[in-house]
Write a new protein. Structure first.
Length: 762
């Protein structure tokens, strides 16, 4: 949202007042309060007929400083994001010319009775600052609305990332972003998952703690600053010091909620009915058995919307015409070793039985006249479950429990974005503007908790589309309705990397794209998206009006699916270990290149390749020709698909490569211990048993890696001691037979791990 007309003038409808100096302050053991009037105070008369900002500095987490700007001290109705306050030690110093507030390695510095300025520093290094006239108390004379604004400077080379799942350019510099959950697809500026948190490569991040819409101008209004503003009389934000992106995200997770590790089986392949296709019990079993006949491992089958009757979504009742015995069908699927997921959303169609119950008991969002808030978008007469009503939550969870008792394992929690604001009344009196983005948290929490309460927390997982701050506690999220084009496949990756830079660990997308044309997805797009999808944290075939089973495309699609499902399953000892450790620390499994190569500035702009965990590089193919422009940082890189593909890069280098439809760049970096099991047939297995231990160009000295069990707990360890051409490989906690493959400068040496250790001479 722009308020100015160039650098010097305001737009005519806006009156903007800004703190000019800190005139007074108060301090306690843990808080510094600044009083900053809108003009310099030179004499007593200057104190009359004058507004000011009250600025509170706090620290809930070490290395995090909270700033609350207040004009009028007004009560706000909920909801509010939960902030964890660890009550760290802070140091507050006051002097005649300067005030400081220090938490860990982060310091806020403010001149006293001088031109206003708020600096954030690590030691003496300036990270960012709010300069004179950056903060604003803004009145819109045309609408009589009030806004609060902050602007934080960025450095010459600083890049800004994050702000949720955004499908445009990965680097946010120059963009305008509105934090406002909408169902806008993956080819627009709108987003299902808006997170008012941005990350920089300058050693810090900023979280704006406002559940209502927040507008960001990222070097787009004032090109030297990131501006954020929101309607109201106060604005709360937190500056989070790193200095690495891993540490910034760790502190963000401590602040807003720790991530949850999903069950191991959820990392396998999900196959769906697709959306508007015709399907019945016969169709479902034909697809599941077809996957087995084609030797393509499957872990989850998903029933999309039409497991229920049309015009009755989401009434939580099976369409008995197409599925006369759902309990029996679920048992047949379970007997095949496959989990069951069903689609739901929190919108209740008027035709369904649940509507009558919800209306009678007051379980829906209402209008100011007392009637239910309804519209015909999506389903006729949609009403919205009011999750601010504890009885409504209990009622909704009861419907889910009945499905779990029937044998359903998890839910695809669709929608949750277009929550009414105008003329909307919530049970607990929540402000609709604050409830709009927050709603998805309440919705997914209710579903996730129901699964956890009935199946155990280790088994709880959803497949969610919408998200807000705190939603990282209820994984997994997928990218929404992508177009079946190579360009939108690339846009989807940009959205995922943006989302995963915003405090989330796990992410998926519709393999092949969702929005189908009459002849889409094409076989080559399907195959390339399959590779990308099975090298994402979670993998699901899904579309709109075209079945996504590979034999519907061509024989090579079947071979491609089989190859990359088996590749992912074989990597589960590595992937689940990385996931368990990353989740505990607050980091993503898929991550931008610059997370791992911060000293290589070229990586800071890369958005068509990524790291899969800390050791593997993936570069999807986004064209018909199989061409990839690949950037490799300095080091040795070996393909885990083709041992003959090896690169020794002295300095960072761009490569122009071509791949057939059964391959793409999946490269292990040097000094990697990669644990695999090529015999895996499901994603959930004993990750310590019968492992292949791949060693890639090991460095001199000692290197080790752990491996977790199926619950994510460390269960085994592999250590490599290298001295010249001799490698001693030792292991603890492994069972069965372990085979060692030493990849050295593109050549491979094979050995068997004898007992707990073996020595290999190259």
């Amino acid at each position: 949202m722009k308020f100015t007309n160039g650098y010097w003038l305001n737009r005519p409808q806006y009156q903007i007042e800004s703190p000019r100096e800190v005139f007074d302050y108060q301090k306690t053991d843990r808080q510094l309060t600044l009083y900053a009037p809108f003009k310099f105070i030179n004499e007593r008369g200057d104190e009359l007929n004058l507004g000011m900002s009250t600025i509170n500095l706090t620290s809930p987490i070490e290395g995090v400083i909270g700033v609350k700007l207040t004009h009028f001290d007004q009560d706000t109705k909920g909801p509010s994001y939960h902030i964890n306050d660890q009550k760290p030690n802070v140091a507050i110093t006051t002097g005649d010319k300067e005030l400081t507030f220090k938490s860990g390695d982060l310091t806020a510095r403010i001149p006293f009775k001088q031109a206003f300025q708020l600096d954030f520093l690590h030691n003496d290094h300036l990270l960012t600052q709010s300069l004179d006239k950056a903060q604003g108390v803004i009145h819109d004379k045309s609408t009589n609305k009030d806004y609060m604004r902050e602007q934080l400077n960025v450095g010459v080379d600083d890049k800004v990332y994050g702000l949720g799942e955004r499908f445009g350019n990965f680097i946010k510099n120059g963009q305008e972003v509105r934090i406002d959950n909408q169902d806008g697809g993956t080819a627009s500026e709108q987003s299902y998952k808006n997170i008012p948190f941005y990350l920089t490569d300058a050693g810090y991040g900023v979280f704006v703690d406002q559940p209502q819409p927040v507008d960001f101008e990222i070097t787009s209004e004032n090109v030297d600053r990131v501006q954020f503003s929101t309607e109201g009389q106060s604005l709360q934000y937190y500056v989070i010091y790193g200095p690495t992106p891993q540490e910034i995200l760790h502190r963000y997770a401590e602040l807003t909620g720790q991530m949850q590790l999903p069950p191991a089986w959820s990392f396998g392949l999900w196959l769906t009915t697709s959306f508007t296709t015709d399907y019945s019990e016969e169709t479902v079993l034909k697809f599941i058995d077809g996957m087995k006949e084609h030797h393509i491992p499957l872990d989850v089958f998903h029933f999309d919307c039409f497991w229920q009757k049309g015009f009755e979504w989401s009434n939580m009742e099976w369409d008995r015409d197409e599925f006369p015995d759902p309990e029996g069908l679920i048992k047949k699927i379970h007997d095949r070793g496959i989990k069951v997921c069903v689609w739901i959303n929190p919108y209740i169609a008027q035709k369904g039985k649940m509507f009558e119950e919800g209306k009678k008991n007051g379980y829906f969002v209402k209008r100011e006249d007392g009637n239910i808030w309804q519209w015909d978008l999506w389903q006729a007469g949609n009403a919205f479950v009011d999750f601010t009503n504890p009885d409504a939550v209990k009622w909704y969870k009861g419907k889910l429990k009945a499905l779990l008792d029937m044998g359903v394992d998890c839910f695809k929690t669709d929608f949750g974005e277009r929550i009414p604001v105008d003329d909307a009344v919530f049970f607990d009196g929540s402000d609709p503007k604050r409830e709009h983005n927050y709603y998805t948290l309440q919705y997914n929490e209710a579903v996730f908790d129901t699964i956890a309460e009935n199946k155990g927390k280790d088994e709880a997982v959803v497949f969610a589309r919408s998200a807000t701050v705190g939603s990282q506690k209820f994984p997994v999220h997928w990218g929404g309705d992508a177009l079946s084009t190579f360009k939108n496949m690339s846009d989807t990756l940009h959205g995922g990397l943006s989302f995963l830079s915003s405090g989330f660990a796990f992410w998926s997308h519709d393999i092949g794209g969702f929005e189908d044309g009459p002849d889409t997805p094409t076989p080559d797009l399907y195959k390339r998206w399959t590779q990308f999808g099975l090298l994402s944290s979670h993998s699901r075939y899904h579309g709109s009006n075209v079945y996504r089973v590979p034999w519907n495309f061509d024989d090579e699609a079947v071979e491609n699916s089989r190859k990359f499902v088996n590749l992912k399953l074989s990597l589960m000892p590595y992937l689940y270990t990385q996931a368990a450790h990353d989740t505990a620390y607050g980091n993503p499994l898929m991550r931008p290149m610059w997370f791992e190569f911060q000293d290589d500035l070229t990586t800071h702009s890369l958005d068509n390749q990524y790291m899969f965990g800390s050791r593997l590089l993936v570069a999807p193919v986004f064209n018909h020709e199989g061409h990839v422009n690949l950037y490799l940082p300095a080091g040795k890189w070996t393909s885990i698909i083709d041992d003959n593909e090896f690169y020794d890069i002295k300095d960072g280098k761009w490569l122009s490569l071509n791949y057939d439809e059964l391959s793409l760049p999946v490269l292990a970096r040097d000094n990697t211990i990669l644990l695999r099991n090529p015999k895996a047939v499901h994603a959930d297995y004993d990750f310590t048993k019968d492992l292949d231990i791949h060693l890639y160009d090991m460095h001199e000295g000692t290197t080790s890696t752990t491996v977790v069990d199926q619950k994510g707990h460390d269960a085994g360890k592999v250590t490599v001691d290298r001295h010249g051409n001799e490698l001693k490989v030792s292991a603890t906690g492994l069972t069965g037979t372990a085979t060692v493959f030493v990849h050295e400068n593109g050549a491979v040496t094979k050995a068997t791990l004898t007992g707990d250790n073996t020595t290999i001479t190259l």
